[in-house]
Structure formats: structure tokens, C-alpha cells
Ligand binder design. Structure first.
Ligand SMILES: Nc1ncnc2c1ncn2[C@@H]1O[C@H](COP(=O)(O)OP(=O)(O)O)[C@@H](O)[C@H]1O
Ligand SMILES: [Mg+2]
Length: 255
């Protein structure tokens, strides 16, 4: 097994150092994250893989400031999340973090464009029109901006959610199984979009998936098992990812 914690050159968009998350206590105590060290470099597309319950969502939530950490450190850019007050955390999430959920989480009464700009409208932030145009163009929504979610396919709705996550030009975008509710063709479009947002717009994307094909769109795959990072793979192909997954049991031990 290779070591997974090497710090490479290139500025970290986000970093976890000995990050632990424990849910419950006594008999219901669950160590969801066990001293995780990981770094996501700026302008890189990383996939996170691992068995169900291995801590993938918890890692994303802790790093995105959506859940508190039990110990260790989580930083976005230069900002340490641990110890931030609610107001500062809300501001950080709004300005520096984009999140894409499996269930698109769009507001049904707003059209696509209104959904995309909603977080910035709430924050009273001016939309950078040139950037917004680039995002809408990349995501392929130009002709659909006045449609409501109910008038859009699942794939189109997820594209709206992607555009919303990118609209504020965040430091990092976290996506938790973004293609989990999509057919394979719509899924492929979303994955291409995420890859293009990294290659063409310089964004940083971290995506949880359990699909080796989805992971192969990323430049790097980090494997979690039992709350720990157990391996990583650079320039993944679907076959290489599948091969790697077969060699681990649920605890991340090499079979
Ligand atoms: N809010 C919670 N309360 C208690 N246990 C939780 C909570 N969220 C997650 N867990 C537990 O933490 C572990 C990791 O969960 P999760 O991060 O959702 O895994 P994954 O996303 O890899 O499927 C699991 O054992 C899960 O049951
Ligand atoms: Mg999950």
C-alpha cells in the first residue's frame, strides 16, 4: 500500500490534518473519520471512493463546514474552520465553497437562472456576469435559463445545481455522488462538465462516487475505508480503480 498523505507542490484549496469525527457515545459511538490527513490542491479534480459507511460524506461535510469536527483541523484556503463562529462559517460557505448534492435541491418556484444566482442574491453579492456566462455556457444551459426545475430533465436539473455551486467562483466545489440519481448519459454530461470546470475554468472539485467510471473523470482518486484514507491513485482509469477496489476489504486491508 502506498502512503497517501504526501504534501505536493501547488497551493491547497482544502486540507484536513488528523481530522476525526465521532458520532454518539458509549454503545452507539461511531468513529466516522479517524485522523484523516488529506489535501486537495487548487485546480485539481479529485474523486473520493470507498465502501458505504466509510466516511465519504462525513469527510465532505466536515471539510465544507456543514458538520462540526471532533478533533484535528480542516482548512479551506488559508482559513481554519475549527473554532469559527456560526456567522463566519456561514460566510465562508457562501463565499468559498460550492456544494452539489445527489438530490439536486433546487427551489421549484424559481427558474434555472434564479436558482443559480439565489445564494448570491441572498448574500447581496453582485453576480460577475462574465463568469456566470462562462459557467452557463460550460454547463450547456444557455437555452434553458427561464425553465423551472419541473420543466427540466434530471440531468438538466443537476446542471443547474452545478452552475449554482460554481456561480460564486468558490475556492472549492464538493460534490457528493452528483450522478447518483442520473442515467448514464446525463451522468456522463455532468462528469464532463465537472472536468471542464477544472480544466477550462480552473476550479477545484472534490467528488464522492462509488462508480469507477465516474472516478476515471478525475485526476486523482482517494480511497477511504473505515474512516481512514487507505490509498490513492493518480490519473485513474476505470479498470485501475476497479482493480484497486477489488483488492480491499471493507476495512481497507489488502486482500
Ligand atoms: N449523523 C450521524 N449520526 C450518527 N452516525 C452517523 C451520522 N452520519 C454518519 N454516521 C455514521 O458514520 C459512518 C460514516 O458515514 P458516511 O460518512 O455517511 O459514509 P459514506 O458517505 O461513506 O457512506 C457510518 O457508520 C454512519 O453510520
Ligand atoms: Mg455518503
Amino acid at each position: 500500500m502506498t502512503t497517501t498523505t504526501a504534501v505536493r507542490t501547488g497551493r491547497a484549496a482544502a486540507r484536513a490534518v488528523r481530522l476525526s469525527k465521532v458520532y454518539g457515545s458509549g454503545e452507539t459511538r461511531v468513529v466516522a473519520l479517524d485522523e484523516v490527513d488529506v489535501e486537495f490542491r487548487q485546480g485539481e479534480f479529485t474523486a473520493i471512493m470507498g465502501p458505504s459507511g466509510s466516511g465519504k460524506s462525513t469527510l465532505m461535510h466536515c471539510m465544507a463546514g456543514l458538520d462540526s469536527v471532533s478533533s484535528g483541523s480542516a482548512t479551506i484556503g488559508e482559513t481554519e474552520l475549527v473554532g469559527l463562529r456560526d456567522k463566519q462559517l456561514t460566510q465562508l460557505r457562501r463565499d468559498k465553497i460550492g456544494f452539489i448534492f445527489q438530490a439536486f435541491n433546487l427551489l421549484p418556484t424559481l427558474n434555472a437562472l434564479e436558482n443559480i444566482t439565489l445564494p448570491m442574491d441572498i448574500a447581496g453579492r453582485k453576480v460577475d456576469e462574465a463568469w456566470l456566462d462562462a459557467v452557463v455556457e460550460t454547463v450547456g444551459l444557455s437555452g434553458r435559463l427561464t425553465h423551472r426545475p419541473s420543466q427540466l430533465s434530471g440531468g438538466q436539473q443537476q446542471r443547474v445545481a452545478c452552475a449554482r455551486a460554481l456561480a460564486s467562483r468558490p475556492e472549492i466545489v464538493f460534490a457528493d455522488e452528483p450522478t447518483g440519481n442520473l442515467d448514464s448519459r446525463s451522468g456522463a454530461e455532468i462528469l464532463s462538465f465537472l472536468r471542464n470546470s477544472v480544466r477550462e475554468l480552473g476550479q477545484t472539485v472534490v467528488m464522492v462516487t462509488h462508480d469507477p467510471v465516474a472516478a476515471s473523470y478525475a485526476e486523482r482518486v482517494v480511497f477511504l475505508a473505515d474512516g481512514r484514507i487507505v490509498d490513492e491513485l493518480a490519473d485513474p482509469t476505470a479498470d485501475a480503480v476497479l482493480d484497486r477496489m477489488r483488492r480491499f476489504d471493507a476495512k481497507g486491508r489488502t486482500k
